[in-house]
Design a protein around this ligand. Sequence first.
Ligand code: PXP
Length: 246
Amino acid sequence: MDKLRLGVNIDHVATVRNARGSAYPDPVRAAKLAEAAGADGITAHLREDRRHISDADIEALMEALSLPLNFEMAATEEMQAIALRHRPHAVCIVPEKREERTTEGGLEVAREENRLAHFIAPLREAGCRVSIFIAADARQIEAAARIGAAVVELHTGAYCDAHHEGRPDDRDRELEALREMSAFADSLGLEVHAGHGLTFDTVGPVAAFPELRELNIGHFLIAESIFMGLEPAIREMRRRMDAARA
Ligand code: PXP
């Protein structure tokens, strides 16, 4: 099986910084540590309300990073202009609601096919690898393929929630849907990624999907870094991903 790439999401380094309005902890420093620990990419979500990552963080990351940046953004004109200015390696289109605590579901691609096809066209032309963050749903995957996305990222939140809330039947059903849809997306020629809510306990079964090329993981790694440090947390995640594919 091909090696699975690990994208480390550093949003919550900025969340801690912003809690005090201080200059630290610095997301760029975290990104460099992530690279030293074996991350293959850095993911950052510039939200409309700038609650964690700021415009200046994106500038600084583009300047300082040697790893590819996966820029997560909502499908708005403002974000499209920012992406076209920076031309990051990858752009991941996510749904965004102001009142949500985190990205709660996948993007509704099927109902917005025309608008999204036009929205991602300039990003593709600018050389960005466009990914669409969606639920494990065949309708959404087919729509993502039709609009010309290169990648679908499958939302693993429902699987992780079911695991951590002690609902094993739901967990197994969600995992099966992810497994089937990973194979389905691959059969349509889409590159398959996954992420959201993954932890040391939940990463293995997902990392074992043979079609999967990349996982994006943030909140748990930043949380765990309080106890074990960021580099060891990333190394341990990497080890579990590799073990699942061995
Ligand atoms: N992938 C996408 C598209 C996301 O929006 C997020 C959260 O910002 C993640 C992965 C990472 O999720 P988590 O921080 O829960 O690991």
